[in-house]
Design a protein around this ligand. Structure first.
Ligand SMILES: Nc1ncnc2c1ncn2[C@@H]1O[C@H](COP(=O)(O)OP(=O)(O)OP(=O)(O)O)[C@@H](O)[C@H]1O
Ligand code: SF4
Ligand SMILES: [Mg+2]
Ligand SMILES: [Zn+2]
Length: 427
């Protein structure tokens, strides 16, 4: 029975995907958690790219490894119990490539800039990345915000970390000119540890006018970044505490803090899951607008495939710690290849299924302390072949920019095995 997949695969040469420069390459990432029940093999050889100014969506059911993949970028997975038996996350640095001196070579993917492994960085090096080059927005803003600080004080900290030098300069304190006590005190005041210096400066009348100038400059920047996330009355909001704000507003504050540094990569881990549907779509719209304004790449994590059509350029479908499919978003909607992706599409409620029974995917994810040797989806797959439980299919490029890990699509390019017709309601 022809499902239409063959027909689509044959016109794959017409799919054009002009690539922006590479920003990050995740290569063969393996992550295990040591527990009393054995090692949980949470990630099994994850590899994918993130290009500049693109939005990549990481999609899959609960427990498939989306958050641990994202958190690995910032060394936020606790080790132990976590450990990385193999893998790298190579991220484009601001240094010239050591191998070619900036001319471009295979080592630096022709960019001329060195790619450093985020997993191998010291904590000092990671501090230079965190919040500055890579920022993260979490699912629950209430947990991530400090309940005892006003919005202004929290956003101010990001402003001071990222714009310290400019603020000093604008206040008439030239950078590097910290040779006298006055400058040193003001330099320290214009830093996240300002609270302590606040008291010292309050005792020194001569410093007060400079302090006022720094305060005004920080406030201006706080209000400006809040306004850019479309907070209607940023002056008023800046004076509030997190509990005085709605969930949508709290998430906007989190996004503001993440964007202060104008990071190269913004990772958003289910940023709208805790919000109601109308606010969800407003936040998603906002993030796409900000991406254009700030030229940021997005790694957008969600368990909800229906969200990605509007926001993502490419989609990575994960199942039980492994990648099932990687595709441009239009290709995925037109021609989903992996049986698990079919199941995800069939789980999306439509006008016909709302209130009725969703087709969904039967069964549950395998025990990750003892996953199948071969395809991890074999225990639930309606198309399972004899060798699927024992032989890892590996990711195979089936059409340009479209990879799938499934034995139905042989690596040697021969005709795919019989694919049962599936009904996806995504057209
Ligand atoms: N500290 C830990 N100890 C043991 N196992 C862990 C630990 N942290 C994560 N895991 C396991 O790693 C796997 C991936 O977890 P992860 O949180 O990345 O899933 P997820 O895709 O983000 O799910 P969700 O949609 O629920 O957020 C899960 O099987 C989880 O149980
Ligand atoms: S490799 Fe086999 S079990 Fe896995 S998704 Fe493909 S057909 Fe199903
Ligand atoms: Mg998660
Ligand atoms: Zn090079």
């Amino acid at each position: 029975m022809d499902s239409g997949h063959n027909a689509k695969m044959s016109d794959s040469s017409s799919v054009e995907s002009p690539r922006k420069p590479l920003l990050a390459r995740v290569e063969d990432l393996n992550l295990h958690f040591d527990t009393k029940y054995g090692a949980v093999q949470a990630l099994d050889g994850i590899s994918f790219d993130v290009f500049e100014q693109e939005t990549v969506a990481l999609v899959g059911e609960t427990g498939c490894g989306k958050s641990v993949t994202a958190r690995s970028f910032l060394q936020l997975v606790e080790t132990p119990p976590g450990r990385y038996p193999a893998g790298e996350i190579r991220f484009k640095s601001e240094r010239e490539c050591d191998s070619c001196g900036g001319a471009g070579c295979a080592e630096c993917y022709d960019s001329g800039r060195a790619f450093d492994d985020l997993l191998a960085m010291s904590s000092g090096e990671m501090q230079g990345i965190r919040g500055d080059r890579i920022a993260m927005v979490f699912q629950d803003p209430q947990q991530a915000l400090n309940p005892s600080l006003t919005v202004e004080n929290q956003v101010a900290e990001s402003v001071l970390v990222n714009h310290h030098e400019e603020i000093l300069e604008e206040a008439g304190i030239a950078p590097g000119k910290v040779d006298d006590l006055t400058s040193r005190l003001l330099d320290a005041y214009a830093s996240p540890s300002r609270k302590w210096y606040n008291r010292v400066i309050a005792e020194a009348p001569l410093l007060r006018s400079k302090k006022k100038r720094i305060d005004a400059l920080v406030h201006e920047r706080v209000v400006d970044i809040l306004r850019r996330t479309q907070i209607a009355n940023p002056e008023e909001v800046s004076r509030k505490y997190p509990h005085e704000l709605s969930g949508g507003m709290q998430q906007r504050v989190m996004i503001s803090m993440a964007l202060v540094a104008e990071p190269d990569l913004l990772i958003a881990d289910e940023p709208t899951t805790a919000l109601d549907v109308t606010i969800q779509s407003r936040i998603i719209e906002l993030m796409s607008d900000l991406q254009e304004e700030f030229n940021t790449s997005f790694l957008y994590i969600t368990h909800d495939l229906s969200l990605v059509e509007d926001i993502a350029d490419r989609v990575i479908v994960m199942y039980a710690g492994a990648i099932a499919e990687v595709s441009e978003v239009e290709q995925l909607y037109d021609n989903p290849l992996h049986p698990y992706t079919w199941g995800l599409f069939n789980s999306i409620p439509t006008a016909d299924t709302v209130g009725g029974r969703l087709q969904g995917i039967d069964g549950s994810i395998p025990d990750l302390t003892n996953p199948p040797e071969g395809c991890r989806f074999c225990t639930r797959c309606p198309e399972v072949l004899d060798h699927c439980p024992d032989v890892d299919p590996g990711l195979v490029e089936v059409e340009e920019g479209h990879q799938v890990a499934c034995h139905l699509y042989p690596a040697d390019g021969s005709e795919p095995s019989k694919v049962a017709a599936i009904e996806t309601d995504n057209d």
